[in-house]
Design a protein around this ligand. Sequence first.
Ligand SMILES: Cc1ncc(COP(=O)(O)O)c(C=O)c1O
Length: 483
Amino acid sequence: KIIKVICIILYYKIQKQLKIRFFVIYIQVHLNKLECRGKQQSCLSPGLQNVGAIHFFCNYEESRGNYLVDVDGNRMLDVYTQISSIPIGYNHPALMKVMTNPNNVSAFVNRPALGILPPENFPDKLIESLLSIAPSGMTRVQTMACGSCSNENAFKTMFIWYRNKERGYANPSEQEVGTCMINQSPGCPDLSILSFMGAFHGRTLGCLATTHSKVIHKLDIPSFDWPIAPFPKLQYPLEEFVRENAQEEARCLEEVEDLIVKWRQKGKPVAGIVIEPIQAEGGDNHASPDFFIKLRNIARKHGCAFHVDEVQTGGGTTGKFWAHEHWGLDDPADVVSFSKKLLTGGYYHRDELQPDKPYRIFNTWMGDPSKNLFLSEVLNVIRRENLLEEVTRSGKALLQGLYALQTQYPHILSRARGQGTFCAIDACNDATRDSIMIKARNKGLFMGSCGEKTIRFRPTLVFKEYHVHQLLNILNDVLAEHK
Ligand SMILES: Cc1ncc(COP(=O)(O)O)c(C=O)c1O
């Protein structure tokens, strides 16, 4: 602080001397950074960015595999992995090789406007990466920059498909052309997307109308009058409450059909239904394959597109590459969106949903070809090292360990649940959850939260059984000390 005061005095005295001015700014920023460390609310120079959510600064050069290193050199077992977006660990040698391969340099240096000027090898690279893992029934893929813009454009795709169907694939009328420029119907039709309470599909304006997980995301933002169905509130472990859970799911499905009918009567027909295989940000809420199969049938019956948002669940973390593969759908989804562990955003869709004209789905940056290079290599590693089996193995150990902890500490923990390593457990309240997470972090375990009082586990695909034991040991120590 003394140095800061001296610097400020110097600053005003010798304001005209440019070199000293820059020196003072440098010192101020660094003093602020030092004060920030360890505090929840960051106090970095307010001109830089909105930084209130920063947890801590990281040293990515030193981070390796499942371990994240902070600026002070503390090494943590990371089971949050940049909000579930690191597929095979930090600084994986296979990815470093992609980076240093001279043949790839041009892809890193020249980011194209992909929709108009793609690189020569782009189709081959898509076949090698995204199309090699396309979910069943999905013949086309559209890359995008992030999860939200993938969903946003997937919604647009469903609306375009729905209207083309309605007008019998004829050209739009003069009235439609005239009204669309002034945000009026029929050019801008009153269509809707049905979503579920507790869902998270992103924070952009369209997506936000389907996001219902936390007030902080939604407050003050205008939204659409679109139907919101209840998501089943199940009891865990699922195997022990089959009858009760089936009743709850039936109640929610009935409500879905009622809402579709009601919104049609209101003049705002449902063009698409969007759902996460496991509601993640909303608190790791599961539903049974039977629920999803019936929901898919409802969508077909009412002529709505069925959109599965795999932004958080996709990429292998549930033990299958796509979480919805666990359902065994006869009739595949119409749209599947992805991002995070896939390293590029985007969505797959069926042939019928291909927009009829260019520029209907378009951005300057519709993805980034350099990310496909990394993705191809990630897929090679997943196949070579059988990482989906690894996830299933570690996931079982993790869930068993969480069951044991909730039996040992029933006053603190409950509702352990998961598929693969996509696991979660509830604390008795949010304050306890937050305190457990901070204490665990101080002992070298970095976890994430979701919902009201849930701890979520989102490790990489190279998270092995010995990492599970390390995690459980730390968590056990924290719980044993918990007052
Ligand atoms: C299921 C789901 N959909 C969409 C998104 C939005 O993705 P992004 O943050 O990349 O915009 C997220 C982000 O957490 C998500 O979990």
